[in-house]
Design a protein around this ligand. Structure first.
Ligand code: SF4
Length: 333
């Protein structure tokens, strides 16, 4: 996301302020396929739209700290260029169904009251009946979503964690109760909802606490068919984040356990630990419903096999989620 123009005021206090919103013009592509990770890990084939970047909340593990040279939020004023690009690319795409998300480089809803780009993106995509948009958040800022005229084409994706990890790692975010309450309201408003357990952490009591969060989700959602999907990912990160946090002396407890380097150069948990996490979650979801689509984000084929989750994706991960999107959009397969 480096091709911006005239960028920001030089005032470093603004650039380092996560609550600040800076406007600028973006000259690059707004629509890009998820970079996934090609070296030995399976990507789901998500498409990313980026009308803004940054986030006013603060998660200790947030990779944006390492990704951008500034911490403020950035809103691209030239939304019309994104509109133009989407219309042009939609006219020539060969994809029969497209899963878009705006939450790759920031939180999709936290600053929606000021930016309004989530609702504008939903409106931009509304005419395309083979498109579903996911807005991912750790906030409970769902009030602005009332403006969306096509909730049946939109998924509100809540990032989930255990109360303990939210307390330690996710500053200024909505509590678990608030996220669940917001999810229930989104279901009532006609949206699909999704839940993302990413990153998951290993700590004393992790298994029972993550299982408990699953139970609470399943107690909250009234109609499981409104759950678009659930994803999981064990904590993994670029090594640079460790260095950045060390300089602030806040690398613990995030980096207190033993992490290994994956084939993509990222630090992550040992394979057996990751398998245990995913198996436990798969088991907990299956107790209530085997119909809820559950997948792992950027995991290796070995992990898919060892966790026995491979049986969920006989035709591969992108197809699994494309088929799910088609069901949600009432498109024949
Ligand atoms: S909510 Fe997401 S974007 Fe915001 S600080 Fe946390 S990880 Fe980063």
């Amino acid at each position: 996301m480096e091709k911006t123009e005239n960028l920001f005021p030089a005032d470093p206090s603004v650039l380092s302020d996560r609550s600040a919103i800076v406007k600028t013009t973006y000259k690059g592509e707004f629509w890009k396929p998820c970079p996934g990770t090609t070296k030995g890990y399976w990507c789901c084939g998500y498409q990313i739209l980026t009308p803004s970047t940054g986030c006013g909340m603060y998660c200790r593990y947030c990779i944006l700290q390492a990704y951008f040279p500034y911490q403020c939020q950035v809103m691209y004023e030239n939304f019309h260029d994104m509109e133009k690009e989407v219309k042009e690319k939609m006219a020539s795409t060969k994809m029969d169904v497209i899963r878009f998300g705006t939450g790759e480089f920031g939180d999709s809803l936290y600053s929606e009251n000021y930016m309004g780009v989530a609702c504008k993106t939903a409106e931009l995509l509304r005419p395309y009946k083979n498109v579903i948009l996911e807005l991912k958040t750790k906030s409970n800022n769902i009030e602005p979503l009332k403006k969306i005229r096509s909730p049946q084409q939109v998924i509100i994706g809540f990032s989930m964690n255990t109360p303990e990890m939210i307390r330690i790692m996710e500053e200024n975010t909505a509590s678990l109760e608030q996220r669940l309450e917001a999810a229930r309201k989104c279901e009532e408003m006609g949206f699909f909802v999704a839940f993302h357990f990413d990153p998951m952490f290993v700590y004393d009591g992790w298994e029972s606490e993550y299982r408990e969060v699953v139970k609470r989700i399943l107690d909250t959602v009234r109609d499981y068919r409104k759950i678009a999907w659930v994803s999981m990912g064990g904590f993994r990160t670029m090594p640079r984040l460790k260095q950045i946090l060390k300089e602030k002396n806040s690398h613990l407890p995030l980096f207190s356990g033993e992490l290994i380097y994956g084939e993509d150069g990222k630090l992550r948990y040992f394979r057996p630990l990751r398998v245990d996490m995913y198996k436990a979650m798969d088991d907990e979801f299956r107790i209530c419903s085997s119909e809820i689509p559950l997948y792992m984000c950027m995991e290796s084929p070995e992990i898919w096999k060892e966790s026995k989750m491979i049986s969920r994706i006989p035709n591969g991960l992108p197809k699994y989620l494309d088929n799910r999107a088609k069901v949600m959009l009432n498109i024949s397969q």
